[in-house]
Write a protein that binds this ligand. Structure first.
Ligand code: NAD
Length: 490
């Protein structure tokens, strides 16, 4: 097994296929956004042959893993959760160094959530949530039983932001359902995926139940999704990649889910708790806005707009852009120089189109940060309003009344998340029902019971994850009809 030494932690750099670590002759570099230039590891660059071997191994692994009872599967998932907790500090450190998100949130929240994801699905399948619906009918003295069967080998492809937490969220239901998986993490942040794969070898999965393939999306990722032995594809990333994957899935008639980008509205009504609304609005800059759920379009009721702006400026100015390992830092760096250029391109085009950059708007010299940026768009049709930037760039617009607020909220092609700030319960219900988004938070942000559905409408995705919804995706129903001996032929 080839490994890289990152801060004294040995991390496998190959693929985990059929229970064994294998390396590719070609590699790609992963570098740290904290210190761009330092190569953290040379990681195996999988190709079509790697994908072929991984899918074959997952098919073999499926036979063993799907034969485990739900209780046996739950035991393995819980062991994996325990191992994640034991290695929390190492995973959090590597996640920060490889991807750049703040160490404090990795250490205290996101890695721990990975363990919770596996435990939640262990609980669900143990209480029978994964298996047969209990419905039984009696037609012509037959007993009908509806059962669920795992689908087979599932490909799970993830993006570079919060990679460990996002991967566990998708892998837990795939594995809990009895599917084997081939996991392909993003090439900009591949290291904690390797740490997770190593823990699965200790948790007790049979060989081939969990496979990891490293490499470039357009290469090994494309080969995986084109393989006709794959029975499910679970994807999180950009709409552009989802289109490629959707075509491959259509070719093989394979169900796929796509969790995609967002352009969430953050709506502040005049009756809102303004301290809370401003605090949450300024939080949308955290992690340099590299969060699909972020409410990046601030929509503020006209009568409080001036006060809101002044308070938002004070809260934004209090942010600290810095080293993500330092707990005083509140804004993480941007993941990659190419992505800094993407963000910069959006702001330059906005300026050229006549949008008003009222704050920030530039790369920060000598670092991987982009200034916290606020833009007043010239029009609601501006690109900066209509397209996901995935950086620390918010827009601000005003509205008069609920109807206009809802119209603006629903005016993009996305529909992932929305935030509403109001003290009125009735307004919360009305506006919440009027806004088109997969998840809507009123006077809060990011809280979600893991059994609740998660996903987006429009360009934000296809399908739902979370709780039983993900288990349904990863399995097929069958109806078992048994005659009792007195049944006459139909
Ligand atoms: P991306 O689409 O570029 O890449 C995502 C993954 O797809 C990577 O692992 C990549 O290697 C792989 N990939 C690329 N081309 C492929 C191909 N042709 N076939 C198979 N796989 C391929 O996205 P990204 O830049 O890594 O992530 C950012 C995007 O992800 C943003 O749009 C963000 O909003 C979205 N996102 C959505 C959610 C959500 O839950 N809705 C969560 C996080 C991120």
């Amino acid at each position: 097994m080839t490994t890289a030494d990152v801060r004294g932690i040995a991390i496998p750099t190959g693929h985990l296929i059929g229970g064994a670590w294998v390396s590719s002759p070609e590699t790609f570099e992963t570098r740290s956004p904290m210190d761009w230039g330092t190569v953290l590891a040379e990681v195996s660059r999988g190709d079509a042959a790697t994908a072929d071997a991984a899918v074959a191994a997952a098919q073999d692994g499926f036979t063993g893993w799907s034969a485990f009872t739900p209780a046996e599967r739950a035991e393995v998932l819980r062991r994996l959760a325990d191992l994640i907790e034991e290695h929390n500090d190492d995973i959090a450190l590597i996640e920060t160094i490889d991807m750049g998100f703040r160490h404090e949130s990795m250490r205290e929240r996101l890695v721990a959530r990975g363990a919770v994801n596996f435990r939640t699905y262990a609980d669900i399948i143990e209480r029978g949530g994964e298996a047969g619906e209990a419905e039984q009918w009696d037609a012509k003295n037959t007993q009908h039983t509806v059962l669920r069967m795992p689908a087979g080998a599932a490909v799970v492809i993830t993006p570079w932001n919060a990679p460990f937490m996002l991967a566990t969220w998708k892998l837990a239901p795939a594995l809990a359902s009895g599917n084997s998986v081939i996991f392909k993490p993003a090439e900009w942040s591949p290291l904690t995926a390797a740490m997770l794969a190593e823990l699965t070898t200790q948790a007790g999965f049979p060989p081939g139940a969990f496979n990891l393939v490293q490499g470039i999306g357009a290469e090994v990722g494309a080969a995986l999704v084109a393989d006709d032995r794959v029975r499910r594809i679970s994807f999180t990333g950009s709409p552009e990649t989802a289109r490629h994957i959707g075509k491959a899935a259509a070719e093989n008639l394979v169900p796929f889910t796509a969790e995609l980008g967002g352009k969430g509205p953050l709506m502040v009504f005049a009756d809102a708790d303004l301290d809370l609304a401003v605090k949450r609005a300024a939080e949308q800059y955290e992690d340099s806005g590299q969060v699909c759920l972020a409410g990046t379009r601030l929509l503020v009721e006209e009568s409080i707009a001036d006060e809101f702006r002044a308070r938002l400026e004070a809260a934004t100015a209090a942010h600290v852009l810095g080293d993500p390992l330092d707990d005083d830092t509140s804004i993480a760096p941007v993941v990659h120089p190419d992505h800094l250029d993407n963000i910069d391109g959006f702001v330059r085009r906005a300026e050229a189109a006549g949008d008003n950059v009222v704050r920030g708007g530039h790369k920060v010299d000598g670092s991987m940060h982009f200034e916290l940026t606020l833009i007043e768009p010239a029009s609601n049709d501006s690109e900066i309003v209509q397209r996901e930037v995935f950086g620390p760039v918010l827009t601000i617009q005003t509205f008069a009344g609920e109807a206009e607020a809802i119209e603006l909220a629903n005016s993009t092609s996305y529909g992932l998340s929305a935030l509403i700030f109001t003290r009125s319960r009735d307004r919360a219900e009305r506006v919440g029902r009027g806004v088109r988004a997969g998840i809507i938070w009123v006077n809060t942000f990011l809280v979600r019971d893991l059994e609740a559905p998660f996903g987006g409408a429009g360009l934000s995705g296809i399908g739902r994850e979370g709780g039983r919804y993900a288990l349904e995706f990863h399995s097929d129903l069958k109806t078992l009809i048994i005659a009792d001996g007195t049944t006459t032929d139909p």
